[in-house]
Structures are given as structure tokens and as C-alpha cells.
Ligand binder design. Structure first.
Ligand code: DGY
Length: 326
């Protein structure tokens, strides 16, 4: 078997690079390739597999011209790759499921707590020297325990978030495939049977105190949370997004936050990442993180390992351990 050739668009943790080097040659550019450079790489015929990340876009046009066997995405999400076009062009795609579930659910919970209890505003207040002593009405927030968390989606990360929310004494509702619905059996609910409540999207939107998004980005979920949804939410509600930015119409969100249509938002992802919608950064009723869901040392190392295993399998003409298509 000839040695595999890997192009790794962004440096991944070293143990994973070592795995790749054991199977072939590895090129890692100094900077993330722009679209033109990524195209050159893919059409050159010099590489078997591109190890990519979510800022690398593989559209239908690129995939039709590409002479690569596979794309190993350093992420569980794969909305940066046109999967239909990859499949049509016999290009395998792999991802990194499972290993970032708890870390991302931790960030969802962190955003719930931080927005509810105004942690960022409070931190800014103390650092500015404004704390002059305990006061009955200082920076009052909202309760978490006893409140209702609505989960849009009920995959791995939503379930891990449900587990945390139940431990915080929240009631948990979920809508498995918003904006539509689908049946969920007790068997599928598993350990959550009797603990969480299946509901439709409209009920989820109108009754949740915290609405947390856990859906993949696709044609059905783009702008799932739009002006109409924001208007239907409780005025006291808080929106949490650890999924993908374009699931929310961010311009409509800024308007809803400014007018008091909803109380707050905790965001880890943005519609036009890394840019923010005008006005978002100036709002004090938001907590804004720079896409940190999976950002722990051990999780990123595990993601890199899965990513390298996928890449090596693809280069060796095997089905990767974590395929997105076949
Ligand atoms: C993913 O894996 O899809 C996250 O967004 C980045 O870790």
C-alpha cells in the first residue's frame, strides 16, 4: 500500500499528527488556507485526505473538482461540507461524535447560569470598582431551579444538557426535530423516560423559560428561531445557542433583546461567525462566548484522535470509524 498523503488545514494536537505521520506524509500550513488555496489543495491530486475544520468550506463546485478520497472534519458538526455533493463524488466524510458531548452540555449549562444570574455584568461591575457592599437589589437575576428548560433537538448534547438541568431542579421539555415533530418511544427515551416531556415546537417556544438549541444546521433549521419565534417566547425567556449560529436570525435576536421581547441570550455561536450582528456586543443582557463548546484540552485531544483515525482509514480505502456518508 502506498504511503498516504494528508493535508491538515489547521494544527491539531500532536498525538494525532503522530498517528497521521505513522501512516504517511502530513502537510500543515502555517495559516488556515483561504478558499482559493483549499481548492488548489483539493484539485492538485497531491493529497488523499484533507483534515479540515468547520471554517473550511467544501461546496458542490469544489467537491466536483476535488481529487481527494476523504475529508476528516475536526468537529462533530459537518455543515461546512455539502454531504450530498461529497457522496455524489465518492468523497468520504468523517466527524468526531461523542467525545465533545459533555463539554458542550457544560457550556449550555454555563450559559444558562451565567445569563440567569448576570455573571458577566456582575464581574464587570466588580472589576470597575462599583461594588460598595451588599445591597438587597443589586444585580438581581432569575431562578434556574423550578424553571422550564426547552430543548430544541434531543440528540446526544441535548440529552447531556437535560441530565444537568434535571440535577438543577429544572423541568425539561424537548422537541426532537423542530420545527416539525416525530414520535419518540420509551425505548428511545431510555433513562429519560418519565423525567422529560416530549412536546411540539410551538409549545416548546411559548412555555420555556430557557430555550436551548441542539439541532444541526440544515435547510430546515436555518433561522429556526426567527422574529416570529422570538415574539412568541415569554418576555422573561432566555435563549441559549451552542449549536450553530445560523439557526438563529441574529438581527431579529438583537431587536428582541433590545425591545425586551425576551430577557436575555447566551450564545457560543454566531450567524456570520466570527462577526457579530450589529448591536449584539453592546447588549448587557447577553453572554457571548467564542465557540468554546468543545474547548477543553482533553476533548480537543480526543477529537483529534478520532479525526486522525478517520483520516487514516479513508486513506487506506477503509470505511472510517465515524463516517458521515458512505
Ligand atoms: C463541533 O464539533 O461541531 C463544534 O462546533 C466544534 O467543536
Amino acid at each position: 500500500m502506498s504511503a498516504a498523503r494528508f493535508y491538515v488545514t489547521t494544527p491539531i494536537p500532536e498525538p494525532a499528527l503522530t498517528l497521521l505521520r505513522a501512516a504517511g506524509s502530513v502537510d500543515v500550513p502555517d495559516e488556515l488556507p483561504d478558499a482559493a488555496r483549499l481548492r488548489e489543495v483539493c484539485v492538485s491530486g497531491d493529497y488523499d485526505v484533507v483534515v479540515s475544520q468547520l471554517r473550511d468550506t467544501f461546496d458542490a463546485d469544489l467537491l466536483a473538482a476535488a481529487k481527494i478520497r476523504g475529508i476528516s472534519n475536526y468537529a462533530v458538526g459537518f455543515n461546512n461540507v455539502d454531504i450530498g455533493a461529497a457522496t455524489a463524488n465518492s468523497i468520504l466524510v468523517g466527524n468526531t461524535p461523542g467525545v465533545l458531548t459533555d463539554a458542550t452540555a457544560d457550556v449550555a449549562m454555563l450559559l444558562i447560569m451565567a445569563t440567569a444570574r448576570r455573571a458577566v455584568e456582575a464581574d464587570t461591575f466588580v472589576r470597575a470598582g462599583q461594588f460598595t457592599g451588599w445591597e438587597p437589589n443589586l444585580l438581581l437575576g432569575q431562578d434556574v431551579s423550578g424553571r422550564t428548560l426547552g430543548l430544541a433537538g434531543f440528540g446526544r448534547i441535548a440529552r447531556a444538557t437535560a441530565k444537568r438541568a434535571l440535577a438543577f431542579g429544572m423541568q425539561v421539555l424537548f422537541c426532537p426535530r423542530p420545527p416539525g415533530d416525530r414520535p419518540v418511544s420509551d425505548e428511545e427515551l431510555g433513562e429519560f423516560a418519565g423525567l422529560v416531556t416530549h412536546t411540539d415546537w410551538d409549545t416548546l417556544v411559548t412555555t420555556s423559560d430557557y430555550l436551548s438549541l441542539h439541532v444541526p444546521l440544515n435547510a430546515q433549521t436555518r433561522h429556526l428561531v426567527d422574529a416570529g419565534v422570538l415574539a412568541a417566547m415569554k418576555p422573561s425567556a432566555i435563549l441559549i445557542n451552542t449549536a450553530r449560529g445560523p439557526v438563529v436570525d441574529e438581527t431579529a435576536l438583537v431587536a428582541a433583546l433590545k425591545s425586551g421581547e425576551i430577557t436575555g441570550a447566551g450564545l457560543d455561536v454566531y450567524e456570520d461567525e466570527p462577526a457579530l450582528a450589529p448591536g449584539l456586543a453592546e447588549l448587557s443582557n447577553t453572554v457571548l462566548l467564542p465557540h468554546l463548546g468543545s474547548a477543553t484540552v482533553s476533548v480537543r485531544a480526543e477529537m483529534a484522535r478520532l479525526c486522525a483515525e478517520n483520516a487514516v482509514a479513508m486513506a487506506q480505502k477503509r470505511i472510517p470509524p465515524h463516517p458521515v456518508n458512505r
